[in-house]
Design a protein around this ligand. Structure first.
Ligand SMILES: [Fe+2]
Ligand SMILES: [Fe+2]
Length: 289
């Protein structure tokens, strides 16, 4: 599996940033909260893999790393634009983004590089699980506004395409044995606690700041149903989360590469949507918004 960088510009109508999901504001803001993490998070992923690039001897893995960095750079760029739409709607996205950036800068300062890479492979497993669920079950996005459905589907497809790159780097540079296993498994446990605490806090913060959101407190029932009931976005992730603790785990053990055939048609659809909206695919209106 060789990830390739694609210069993609989804068209996101600013007026739909708070309710682009068919299930309303609360589910929309759960997914918007995830977007807050990407600019600083994906820079952290790129840096922690880049730290080891010169130690890699396998030319195919070096090429995969270049593709991984290219894809994450494109995701970062588009999620910065996405998050500015939240700011324009009066939501504190920039402030929350700075919190994530400060936390990750702290990890850069206090953790050895190997532990930074361990955080990256744990969080890449999270993105792979979320992406896999989104691609496998159309109810995750449902009948969402086209541009938002496209940006999340594009991101999910590329997260799937490169899901093993950081992990393969980890296996290539870390000596096999109990230490490698314990760092990997332990980091997944700590990451699970901190990441979901922050997602929850950011989700609540976005909902509370959204002046157009009806039933602010009661509406969380719809998010709960979405995450733990039907379709059960988080509930269905549990077996794959547990699988990460298996000593011989590899991301491609969950083989969903057939989904990648969707990339070509999706890119054509993104371009068509941008053209229909009157925006050039290279410079969609999101930039001027
Ligand atoms: Fe990404
Ligand atoms: Fe990724």
């Amino acid at each position: 599996m060789m990830p390739v960088r694609r210069d993609v510009h989804p068209h996101l109508p600013p007026e739909r940033i708070c309710d682009w999901h068919e299930r309303g504001h609360h589910v929309t803001h759960y997914i918007n909260a995830l977007s807050i993490f990407f600019p600083a998070g994906e820079r952290f992923f790129m840096d922690s893999v880049r730290n080891y690039r010169d130690q890699l001897t396998d030319p195919a893995l070096r090429q995969a790393v270049a593709g991984f960095i290219g894809q994450e750079a494109m995701h970062t760029r588009e999620h910065i634009l996405y998050n500015r739409l939240l700011d324009q709607a009066g939501l504190p996205a920039a402030r929350l983004e700075r919190m994530v950036a400060r936390l990750l800068d702290l990890l850069r300062r206090i953790l050895p590089r190997s532990w930074q890479l361990a955080h990256t492979i744990a969080l890449e497993h999270y993105t792979a699980m979320m992406a896999g669920g989104l691609l496998a079950d159309a109810r995750h996005l449902g009948d969402a506004e086209a541009g938002y459905r496209q940006v999340w589907t594009w991101h999910a497809l590329e997260e799937t395409e490169h899901k093993a790159v950081a992990y393969d780097v980890w296996n290539a540079v870390m000596k096999p044995g109990p230490y490698r296993y314990l760092v990997r498994a332990g980091t997944m446990l700590t990451t699970t606690v901190t990441f979901w605490m922050l997602v929850f806090a950011f989700h609540v913060r976005l909902v509370m700041a959204d002046r157009t959101c009806p039933h602010k407190l009661l509406g969380f029932g719809s998010a709960l149903q979405y995450l733990w009931g039907s379709p059960g976005v988080l509930r269905r992730m549990v077996p794959e989360w547990l699988d990460y603790f298996r000593p011989g785990f590899h991301p491609w053990d969950a083989d969903n590469r057939a989904q990648l055939a969707r990339i070509g048609p999706l890119l054509a659809e993104i371009e068509a949507t941008a053209v229909r909206a009157g925006a050039s695919p290279r410079a969609p209106s999101i930039r001027g918004a």
